[in-house]
Ligand binder design. Structure first.
Ligand SMILES: [Ca+2]
Ligand SMILES: [Ca+2]
Ligand SMILES: [Ca+2]
Length: 201
């Protein structure tokens, strides 16, 4: 029994050592965007408005921006779509740079909140394996949900896109509907694939 306990501790220690070393070496961060830099939009990102012609689209705001009601989640700035009173529905896109998804552990994480929260019409994240321009018609819906007026994190697996190059896009729709706030967007693969099947005998 003594020998077995020793072996267990030794193997467990080795496992933790390998896992610790592996995480540092294996993490891949494709997007880490807090919208603190110049806008519009961050380098490699793009915005599109495919609905009402006067839609201002996603804008960068801080805690003092007139007409907005939620402070950024991290840092000084975030992006938001306002409750603009237009003639027809806004259809607004905030598109990431092209991302190479090289294993099945990648996921999207972002923080979100809304204001005038009972006026929800549509918030979504769309994905394209072809063009990053929404007018090409290549984007399909990856995620959609209403939210609340306190910051909350969304995590969505990108495992289905392993081996592909993709664009992700935040999509807002509405005419004098809610305000949608987005901050601290990450696309990463925190754990290398080869360690996921490691087991202790
Ligand atoms: Ca920020
Ligand atoms: Ca209107
Ligand atoms: Ca809501």
């Amino acid at each position: 029994m003594v020998r077995k306990s020793f072996l267990t501790v030794f193997v467990l220690g080795l496992f933790i050592f390998v896992l610790g070393a592996g995480q540092a070496a294996g993490q891949v961060v494709l997007v880490d965007e807090g919208f603190e830099g110049t806008y519009p939009p961050p380098t490699g990102w793009a915005t599109y408005q495919t609905g009402d012609a006067t839609d201002p689209g996603f804008v960068q705001i801080d805690a003092g921006t007139v007409g907005f009601n939620i402070d950024p989640h991290g840092g000084t700035y975030c992006v938001a779509h306002g409750d603009d009173n237009l003639s027809t529905d806004a259809i607004s896109w905030l598109v990431t740079p092209q991302l190479v998804i090289s294993n099945d552990q990648f996921s999207l994480h972002f923080w979100q909140a809304d204001y005038y929260q009972s006026y929800y019409q549509y918030h979504g994240v769309w994905v394209s394996t072809a063009s990053g321009d929404p007018t090409s018609g290549d984007f399909i819906e990856l995620w959609t949900a209403d939210t609340v007026d306190t910051w909350n994190e969304v995590t969505e697996s990108l495992a289905a896109y392993n081996g592909q190059s993709i664009y992700l896009a935040f999509r807002y729709e509405g005419d004098y509907m809610d305000e949608w706030y987005i901050d601290d967007v990450m696309v990463d693969s925190p754990v290398p694939v080869e360690l996921m099947s490691f087991s202790i005998e």
